[in-house]
Write a new protein. Structure first.
Length: 229
């Protein structure tokens, strides 16, 4: 896990390689999920379940690495795995900026096919859209954006699951508006969780990922209960 330890080596060149390593690992994980989900025949539910299974396997592997590595870097790794903004600086933002901007530019370019993919598969194919190709491209863009952020902040869970549902309820039908609202809500949620984590248990600090999970799990369960069928 060189990515985790490198987060705290502020003057080391290894920091500049963090997004590249995170994206490489993210692309491999995305390819695994995409393949096991059926490729072009995947469904959202199948993809979610496959992602949960793959995440559990990878989490077990990370735990094994921690057990074999010893105590030298355990505290750093555990903090990163919990999802934390502690010690992050403008240098981290500069490192991930090119990757994040590339992902955002790609997201703008795929807005039209992304809007069409919200229809059912038969309608999409009837419109002449290559279902497998565009799903793979959008999955790669999402992986690029997520991996570049995870490289410096760790895996902050449930934000990506809950916030889009909130944005859809606030902005009905208009995809660009939903994406912008989701970005604003997501950033505010993470910032608020970080602020609360720094204040409520002083002089200690709760990782932002822990608070996001505490807020996100009930919200996600509520959304699941409201789903038809």
């Amino acid at each position: 896990m060189p990515a985790a330890t490198g987060l705290y080596w502020q003057g080391d060149q290894l920091l500049n390689w963090l997004p590249l390593g995170a994206c490489a690992g993210g692309f491999l994980a995305a390819l695994l999920v995409y393949t096991l989900s059926g490729g072009s025949r995947l469904t959202p539910l199948r993809m979610i379940l496959t992602g949960v299974i793959c995440a559990a396997i990878l989490s077990a592997l990370v735990t094994g690495v921690l057990a074999l590595w010893g105590q030298a870097h355990t505290e750093t790794l555990v903090s990163w795995l919990a999802g934390s903004l502690h010690g992050r600086s403008w240098q981290h933002l500069e490192v991930i900026m090119p990757w994040s901007l590339a992902g955002l530019l790609g997201a703008v370019l795929v807005l039209k096919p992304l809007s069409l993919l919200r229809l059912n598969d038969e309608q999409v194919l009837g419109l002449g859209l290559n279902l497998g190709r565009w799903r793979a491209a959008i999955l790669l863009l999402a992986t690029l954006l997520a991996a570049s952020a995870v490289a410096v902040a760790g895996p902050i869970g449930f934000v990506g699951l809950v916030v889009p549902h909130m944005a859809r309820r606030l902005v009905a039908g208009f995809l660009p508006g939903q994406l912008m609202v989701a970005a604003v809500i997501g950033s505010l949620l993470v910032s608020l969780a970080d602020l609360v984590g720094r204040v409520v248990v002083q002089p200690f600090e709760l990782p932002v990922g822990v608070l996001c999970a505490l807020l996100g799990v009930p919200a996600f369960l509520y959304l699941l209960r409201r789903q038809p069928g």
